[in-house]
Design a protein around this ligand. Structure first.
Ligand SMILES: *[C@@H]1O[C@H](CO)[C@@H](O)[C@H](O)[C@H]1NC(C)=O
Ligand SMILES: *[C@@H]1O[C@H](CO)[C@@H](O)[C@H](O)[C@H]1NC(C)=O
Ligand SMILES: *[C@@H]1O[C@H](CO)[C@@H](O)[C@H](O)[C@H]1NC(C)=O
Ligand SMILES: *[C@@H]1O[C@H](CO)[C@@H](O)[C@H](O)[C@H]1NC(C)=O
Ligand SMILES: *[C@@H]1O[C@H](CO)[C@@H](O)[C@H](O)[C@H]1NC(C)=O
Ligand SMILES: *[C@@H]1O[C@H](CO)[C@@H](O)[C@H](O)[C@H]1NC(C)=O
Length: 413
């Protein structure tokens, strides 16, 4: 019987299933580097990523060219060469910020053909100048239909320009991606789905910051994968993108490497949804994962954090402070969800908040398990618990193997 199990083990791990492997494009493991963070670029473990995004360039309101703050310019100019030292295959993108406060500039720019042209040419020149392989437009929210028609036009023109520049320069075409709201619609305004699908390499959904202590006066999850109470959650967002006709195979799931701390109105009422009176610990309550872990270590006698698999989130309470965040269990569950839903990959915000690469290693490991690609040397490193978990997932993902299992069991009787 033991020999049979060994055989089974090898069959499950090494039998290639053509239909699964050959149609599977390599999965995107992306992460943002925020140039305002303390993290040193050479400390980024770029082997854990396929794509790294350097954030942010801004749009100059007087000429619609990209502008990079002089204080961080050095980081942009060394980014690509530095992260390629550890992983020569990593692809880098320049991220352009057009969040809420910058949106009037952005929407007035895309409303005028000559301004769009200035922006497009400047974005391509800037990306090439600093050695990036692509451009990310980050933070545009669904807006009124005239704005979205202009966005549709911008994306068409941008793609044409990027293709033409590649031809002219005989370099490979720059990637063009957008980081969008977790829903394709907001206040009855909707993104130009078709144009986004046609012109962009992928869309990254910002699947976090749903409930934050500066706005909500009750504790709640900021990045729940599911919510039985129908609060904002990632699964419902992904379903909306699908319903809107967007291909899930062009969608990349955002993973937050931060959480939020609320101040409870009554420390004895620390349930989810309990009354709260604003942020705790930091000005807006946001805390990077690394900071959360060190904060928790400084209160060793307080209640231990719990993982809630219903919502896919970690919680903990320290006196009057209620914190929710994604720990290893949550990021692994989210990556499994993204894989099993046919998404294109994940995108971390932001890599500098990881704690000694614990989260990134966990997701990369999870992907290897899900793709059945663990190198044989790694198998001895798996605990038996993880082994059975992996085995279950492999069987679950590959119905053909259930058949093999049945045959083997039948023959062993
Ligand atoms: C860079 O400049 C933009 C706009 O000019 C500003 O909003 C932003 O805070 C600056 N960022 C840093 C890191 O200095
Ligand atoms: C924006 O462009 C104007 C005009 O070229 C220039 O004078 C100004 O310094 C630029 N601002 C920034 C923040 O780069
Ligand atoms: C730009 O927007 C204004 C209204 O804000 C509109 O009157 C104008 O026609 C628009 N221009 C173009 C080129 O779409
Ligand atoms: C590429 O070259 C053509 C012909 O010289 C020119 O019209 C076009 O503007 C160039 N495109 C870019 C993006 O430089
Ligand atoms: C929270 O805000 C709502 C609406 O703004 C208000 O009705 C309610 O009293 C507030 N609750 C607390 C505990 O402050
Ligand atoms: C998750 O939290 C909800 C709300 O507090 C609770 O009802 C549920 O039992 C929890 N589930 C698990 C698995 O802990």
């Amino acid at each position: 019987m033991a020999a049979k199990l060994v055989t089974l083990f090898f069959l499950l791990h090494f039998l290639p299933l053509k239909s699964y492997c050959s149609t599977q494009q390599s999965w995107i493991k992306a992460g943002y580097y925020y140039s305002g963070s303390e993290t040193v670029i050479s400390d980024i473990n770029s082997k854990l990523f396929t794509h790294l995004l350097c954030a942010f360039a801004y749009i100059n309101s007087s000429n619609y060219h990209l502008s990079i703050n002089s204080s961080t310019e050095q980081k942009f100019s060394t980014f690509t060469n530095t992260v390629k030292l550890k992983n020569p295959l990593v692809t880098t993108l320049l991220s352009v910020w057009v969040g809420r406060e910058d949106s009037p500039i952005f929407f007035s720019m895309i409303n005028e053909s000559s301004f769009r042209n200035s922006f497009i040419q400047s974005s391509i020149e800037t990306a090439r100048f600093y050695g990036f392989h692509g451009i990310d437009l980050c933070g545009v929210l669904p807006s009124k239909s005239s704005d979205m028609i202009n966005l549709d036009t911008l994306l068409n023109e941008w793609r044409i320009a990027v293709a033409s520049e590649a031809k002219n320069s005989s370099k490979s075409e720059l990637l063009l991606v957008m980081s969008g709201y977790y829903l394709p619609t907001l206040d009855s305004a909707s993104y130009p789905i078709e144009s986004m699908m046609k012109n962009l390499d992928w869309v990254h959904v910002k699947a976090y910051d749903y409930h934050v202590p500066r706005i909500d006066n009750f504790t709640y999850t900021h990045a729940a994968l599911y919510d039985p109470m129908n609060g904002a959650n990632t699964n419902s967002g992904i379903k909306e993108w699908k319903r809107g006709g967007f291909l899930l195979s062009k969608l990349v799931l955002g993973l937050p490497y931060h959480g939020y701390a609320w101040t409870l109105l009554d420390p004895n009422n620390n349930a989810m949804g309990a009354p709260a009176i604003g942020p705790a610990v930091t000005a807006d309550g946001s805390m990077g994962y690394k900071f959360i872990k060190s904060y928790l270590r400084s209160f060793p006698s307080e209640a231990a954090p719990v993982y809630n698999a219903t919502y896919v989130v970690n919680f903990c309470t320290i006196g009057p402070t209620w914190i929710n965040y994604d720990d290893v269990e949550a990021v692994k569950a989210k990556v499994s969800y993204a894989k099993q839903s046919g998404l294109l990959g994940f995108n971390v915000f932001q890599v500098g908040n990881d704690d000694n690469w614990v989260l990134s290693r966990a997701v990369v490991y999870m992907i290897l398990v899900l793709e059945n690609k663990l190198p044989s040397g790694e198998q001895s490193l798996i605990s038996s618990n993880q082994y059975y978990q992996a085995l279950f997932i492999v069987i679950f993902l590959r119905p053909a193997h259930v058949h093999i299992l049945r045959i083997l069991l039948r023959h062993s009787n």
